[in-house]
Design a protein around this ligand. Structure first.
Ligand SMILES: [Zn+2]
Length: 162
């Protein structure tokens, strides 16, 4: 049962967890990605629910450890990190701020209009050109594809739509 007087505590937990970053793309927080799903406090037990970007994501254990460490350092040692796979994570959950940060970091964010069409034109993070080409379905991680800009010739990662 969720106790009534924990609203302030939940807000504090959100503040703390909003600073936890993705192990693979450290410019993005788990909140930016939409990976952070829920924080609940029942009695003295804190439960954090996360949905990894894909099942079997190797970064999951790092995320779990980062969440536990962040809360433990702030005086919340009793934390359970739960994984929720249903509904599955989708790039639609990524915040606008997150998409902007990705682009500035040099990774083309998943364009909402391109979703459902994996090879849809991604804007080059270097020059903004949409004259880009898919080089490989697999970039530096399974979540990304490698593209190259036909204007400035720079290769860049494209965060694939899921
Ligand atoms: Zn370019």
């Amino acid at each position: 049962m969720v106790v009534a007087d924990n609203t302030q505590q939940t807000t504090r937990l959100y503040e703390l967890l909003s600073k936890v970053v993705d192990p693979e793309i450290p410019v993005l927080t788990l909140q930016d990605l939409g990976v952070l799903r829920a924080i609940t406090v029942e009695d003295d037990e804190i439960k954090v629910t996360i949905t990894p970007t894909y099942a079997g994501c190797p970064a999951l254990e790092t995320m779990r450890a980062d969440i536990e460490t962040t809360l433990a350092q702030a005086g919340f040692p009793s934390v359970t990190v739960k994984q929720s796979l249903s509904p599955a994570w989708t790039t639609d959950w990524m915040s606008e701020a997150g998409r902007k940060k990705l682009f500035e970091y040099g990774i083309a964010p998943p364009a909402a209009a391109a979703c459902g069409r994996e090879t849809g034109p991604a804007a080059c993070p270097q020059c903004g050109s949409t004259d880009t080409q898919l080089v490989s379905e697999f970039g530096s991680t399974a979540c990304k594809a490698l593209h190259q800009c036909q204007d400035c010739r720079e290769p860049f990662d494209y965060f694939k739509c899921i």
